[in-house]
Design a protein around this ligand. Structure first.
Ligand code: GTP
Ligand code: MG
Length: 198
């Protein structure tokens, strides 16, 4: 699968206001600062498409990007950013979960996990919520450039072990680095195969 063109379409504060269409959507979620927007830029080969920042809490809306005029990548706000107020966090939580639980066009949600971190309760609980709500998801381990290949292997194995305490099998997963442009082909081929099968 190759991305030939990617254009920003809309930002929305409510899933009910998202564009009306019958195209498929692939969305990215995870803790603030995990690299969701950077990954979208890496996949589309456009460093200016989605807004990124070294400060967490950059993406605050549901952002739709039309790809090859035929499907969408969706950038979502992150969860778990400790420095915003409780009411703001609840607002983001509602926005994210509203989109995920109700958006019929959503084919697969990519849950991004920073490969450097031990499994975090907030991510494990979020994936549990996805399971309860029967939302198909895949994991993407981000920022792989920050670890050596042996550290990376160990970290992924450790995550798998933790997941298998809760899940019958490990969901499909990918390793990526936006800065080293790693994982692009695998992720796009995966989306390509889903596009063909549905
Ligand atoms: P929010 O919108 O705040 O939820 O964050 P986000 O998940 O969209 O993260 P974003 O893409 O804005 O990136 C956060 C920071 O991590 C930025 O400083 C990026 O440059 C950096 N970053 C993202 N991906 C990578 C990566 O693969 N490697 C490295 N080294 N840094 C990365
Ligand atoms: Mg973002």
């Amino acid at each position: 699968m190759e991305i030939k063109n990617a254009t920003f379409e809309q930002s929305n504060s409510d899933y009910k206001k998202c564009p009306m269409h019958d195209k498929h959507e692939y969305a990215f979620i995870g803790r603030s600062n995990v690299g969701k927007s950077s990954l979208i830029n890496m996949l589309t080969n456009n460093s200016k498409l989605a807004k990124t920042s070294s400060a967490p809490g950059k993406t605050q809306l549901i952002n739709h990007f039309l790809i090859n005029n035929s499907w969408y990548l969706v950038d979502l706000p992150g969860y778990g950013y400790a420095k915003v107020s409780k009411s703001q966090r609840e607002k983001f939580g509602k926005l994210i979960k509203g989109y995920i639980a109700n958006r019929e066009q959503l084919v697969v949600l990519f849950v991004l996990i920073d490969c450097r971190h031990e499994p975090q309760k907030i991510d494990l609980e979020f994936m549990e919520w996805l399971g309860v709500n029967e939302i198909p998801f895949s994991i993407i381990f981000t920022k792989a450039d920050k670890l050596s290949s042996s550290q990376l292997k160990k970290s992924v194995l450790n995550y798998k072990k933790k997941m298998l305490e809760q899940w019958e099998e490990m969901p499909s997963f990918f390793v990526s680095s936006a800065s080293a442009k790693l994982g692009k082909e695998d992720i796009l081929n995966y989306i390509g195969s889903l596009q063909e099968s549905i």
